[in-house]
Ligand binder design. Structure first.
Ligand SMILES: [Zn+2]
Length: 285
């Protein structure tokens, strides 16, 4: 497959793929009834819908950066079955297609620490020890998200697997930022909350244009309508509030949106016609 990129001023944005997985369709669409969501995302015999795992590579700036790193290769057989994890084509292939060596990544930025985003942050070496997956990278995350991930409760414990992030601290490669900071020129994080209290999206600005890595705030193109909010979200009313403002802005200012979990569309513009919203794909499988 030919991997496509989008150019934004000086920056080249390349959606990568760490394979595909499946989650319960009802959980993915919260209060939306199945007869409505299954038109957008057909369910399999276990009621699961197909999702992508799409970290974003940013080149051409001060650093070579990726945002999130997929689900990784540490999931056990039971999880591979439950989540139908298909990594026939994964992040290594995707980076090789983009012509980027693993050791060329300088910065790994986390939207949040759930396993389908942070799984690829670490790997096991030959002796079974957990190591940072990108040997020359600093890993950047939000302080309060780190605090939540390292002190989980009953509702989020299954999503925060410490093997994905504690080895980063132990290796001394973790940089925590407290607020909506610039991570490198043209790339800044904005807290959306909603999915987790400190979930963040990434605003990328160059050449007078804006792209946004929306992570789990708008995980797929099926989630562009405001009330289509995941049942997984810990604070769904915060997701709603953020989406109300954000989606209006994205339409009016023509933000290029990167959809981390869409099964086919990696990036596109949100458009509106006759009060109906839709996505005009720019990069898809
Ligand atoms: Zn996710």
């Amino acid at each position: 497959m030919i991997q496509r990129s989008a150019t934004l001023g000086d920056l080249e944005l390349t959606p990568l793929v760490d394979g595909y997985f499946r989650l319960d369709g009802g959980a993915m669409f919260g209060v939306v009834p199945k007869p409505l969501w299954e038109k957008r995302a057909p369910a399999d015999e276990r009621n699961r819908i197909r999702l992508g795992l799409r970290p974003l590579l940013i080149r051409g700036g001060a650093r070579t950066m990726i945002i999130d790193a997929g689900i990784g290769d540490k999931m056990d057989a039971r999880s591979v079955d439950i989540y139908a994890i298909d990594r026939a084509r994964h992040l290594d292939h995707s980076l090789a297609d983009a012509g980027v060596r693993i050791d060329a990544i300088d910065v790994v930025l986390a939207s949040h620490f759930h396993f389908d985003h942070a799984g690829g942050f670490t790997r096991r070496d030959g002796s079974g020890a957990l190591r940072p997956r990108f040997p020359n990278a600093r890993y950047v995350a939000r302080t309060a998200e780190w605090d939540d991930a390292t002190r989980p409760h009953e509702r989020n414990r299954a999503s925060y697997l410490s093997e994905n992030f504690l080895p980063l601290r132990d290796a001394g490669v973790l940089d925590l930022v407290a607020g909506d900071d610039e991570i490198m020129p043209g790339v800044r994080v904005v807290r959306s909350g909603g999915h987790t209290m400190h979930h963040q999206v990434v605003m990328i600005e160059s050449g007078g244009r804006t792209a946004v890595f929306a992570a789990d705030m708008i995980p797929t193109t099926a989630h562009i309508d405001e009330p289509w909010i995941m049942g997984y979200d810990l604070y769904p009313m915060d997701t709603l509030a953020f989406k109300r403002t954000f989606i209006r802005e994205a339409i009016d200012r023509e933000y290029l949106i990167f959809f981390e979990h869409d099964a086919t569309v990696a990036a596109g513009y949100i458009r509106e016609k006759d009060r109906r919203k839709f996505v005009e794909p720019v990069i898809s499988d």
